[in-house]
Write a new protein. Structure first.
Length: 199
């Protein structure tokens, strides 16, 4: 039988690798080379808190209170659509990676956006707290080993995505490439927000 640590790692990798709002943001910050270590740390610590909460039984509480999920759902949908509109605006006024031609975003601004993309997304609670929490608790006494594997997967994924994205910096030295990326992000964020609102 596979180790709970390995099962937790592989399960979380399968969940986290889907293209979503948080991953798109980490990718964009990695390409820009702005505050990426802080973003990776924030995403990983957020997952650690959410996974631990799920294993501790918070997932059952969330499932039992659907009204709280409805508030989170519509708040998250509004935020995703708003972020998508901002990405669309950037697509019409693209920048490059030439440091002399752009103003770096402030650390506080980047972290607040990252926190919002992480904590205002109801899918995060369903995937991380409810689903991973339930799967971890199937391992009973070894549930925290499953959780350790899950957190390790989160750290590996965000580190690889954020630091690996820097290799794409040369490609993003032209405004057209940024226009394409921001256009894709805009469509994806608005689509996620609308699907969340009507689900």
């Amino acid at each position: 039988m596979a180790s709970p640590v390995l099962v937790g790692f592989l399960t979380t990798m399968a969940l986290i690798a889907a293209i979503g709002a948080q991953n798109a943001f980490v990718l964009r910050q990695g390409i820009r080379g702005e505050h990426i270590v802080a973003v990776i740390a924030l995403c990983t610590v957020s997952d650690l808190i959410l996974i631990a909460a799920g294993i501790a039984g918070v997932g059952a509480v969330i499932t039992a209170h659907p009204d709280a999920m409805s508030v989170a759902k519509f708040g998250g949908a509004a935020f995703l659509i708003g972020y998508g509109v901002l990405a669309a605006r950037r697509a019409f006024r693209p920048s490059t990676l030439n440091p002399s031609e752009r103003t770096p975003a402030r650390l506080a601004e980047v972290l607040v956006t990252c926190l919002a993309l992480t904590w205002l997304n109801p899918h995060v609670y369903l995937d991380t707290v409810v689903l991973l929490g339930s799967l971890a608790n199937e391992h009973q006494e070894q549930r925290w080993l499953f959780g350790a594997g899950a957190v390790a997967a989160s750290a590996v994924w965000f580190t690889g995505l954020g630091l690996g994205a820097r290799r794409l910096a040369g490609l993003f030295a032209t405004p057209m490439t940024w226009r394409i990326l921001d256009g894709v992000i805009a469509v994806m964020m608005v689509a996620l927000g609308v699907s969340l609102a009507v689900s």
